[in-house]
Design a binder for this molecule. Sequence first.
Ligand SMILES: *Cc1c(COP(=O)(O)O)cnc(C)c1O
Length: 368
Amino acid sequence: MNSTSPIRPREAIAALPTYAAGKPPVPAEGLTPYKLSSNENPLGPVPAAAAAAAEAQALHRYPNPGAEVLRAELARHLQVPVEDIVTGTGSLGALTQIINTFAGTSADGTADEVIYPWRSFEAYPIVVRTAGAKDVTVAVTETGEHDLEAMAQAITERTRVIMLCTPNNPTGPALRHQAVEEFLTKVPSDIVVVVDEAYLEFVRSEDPVDGLALYRKYPNVVLLRTFSKAHGLAGLRVGYSISQAAITEHLRKAAVPFGVSAVAEAAAVASLQNLHEVHQRVEEIVEERQRVAAALAEAGWQIPTTEGNFVWLPLGAESLDFAQLAGEQALAVRAFAGEGVRVTIGEPEANDRFIQLCRTYRSTPGTD
Ligand SMILES: *Cc1c(COP(=O)(O)O)cnc(C)c1O
C-alpha cells in the first residue's frame, strides 16, 4: 500500500482483505498439472453451450437488458414466474444486488448486520463490507455444518440479511430441509434469508433443501443459483436469484444494467436445453467425489460429509504444508491457513494423485 498517496478509499474498503482466488498449478517434472483450487467443473460446458457461445452474433450490440431469453427458459424449467428471476454476473453478481438492496449503513451511521456462517464462501465478507454493512459470523460446527441455533440467536434489531450456504463452501455438508424450515420460523419476516445453492445439483443427501418450496412459502427467502459449477460456465459469469415480487421489485433497481452478456445468455440457454447432458456430467463428478471420499476414509482421514464438488481436509496448522506438498505434485489446492484445505474434485487422474498424496501424507510419522 502506498501510504504517501492522497487517494483514500472508504474505511470499509481499506479494512477489507483482498479476495484470494484459487491459483493455477505449478508444473512439475513429468506430471500433468491440475487446478483443484476453484471448484471449477473439469468436464466443462456441454458441447451445445460451448457452440452457442462461439456462435453468438451482433457483438457490437448491447445484450438483452434483463436477460429475457434466459429468464424465460429458466421460468419454464423451474415452473416459476419469469418476474421472480433476477440475473447477475454470476451468482456473486446476484448476491451483490441483494446485499446492496437490503443492507448498508443507515443515515445515522449505524451499520446494518448480515449474519452468515464461517468458515463459508470467501466472497461473503467482501460483498457485505463493501455495501457498508457489518458482518456477523457464526462459527460452523466441528463437522463443518451451519449452527442454525446460534445463527437464530445472533439476530438483533439491526439484522437485515441472513446467508445460508448449502452445501457449505468450503466445508461440504448440506443443510436439511426440515432444519431450514424450523430456522425460518424463528426469523422475523422482514429479514431477508439468502439460500446460496451454488452446488445444488451435486447434492445427494437425505432430506435436501427444497429451495423452490421455501421460496414459494416464504416471501423473505431468496435463492441464489449459478451456471458456474454444474453447468461448467464459470468463465462466462452468469447466475440468478429467485424470490417473490416483494423482493424482486427492489433487486431489479440494484442490478447493474446489461450484466449478463449475450454470449453468456446464449450459452446458459443452450445448457438448459441440454439439461440431461448436464446432469450426466454432474453424476460423473458425484461418482468421483464418492470414490475420493471413500479412499480418504479408508486411509484414515476423518473429513466432513461432502455434498459439493470438493472435499475439505480439516488440517488446522498443517494446512499450508499440505498445500505445499500438493503443489510439488502439480496439484493446485486451496489452503486456508490454520483451518484446512479445500480440494476440488477434478479429472480422474488428478483425483488419483490427490488420493495417493493423502495416503502417504497420513503414513508420515508425526502427522497424526
Ligand atoms: C462458486 C460459488 C458461487 C458461484 O459464484 P459465481 O459468481 O456464480 O461464479 C456462489 N456461492 C458459492 C458458495 C460458491 O462456492
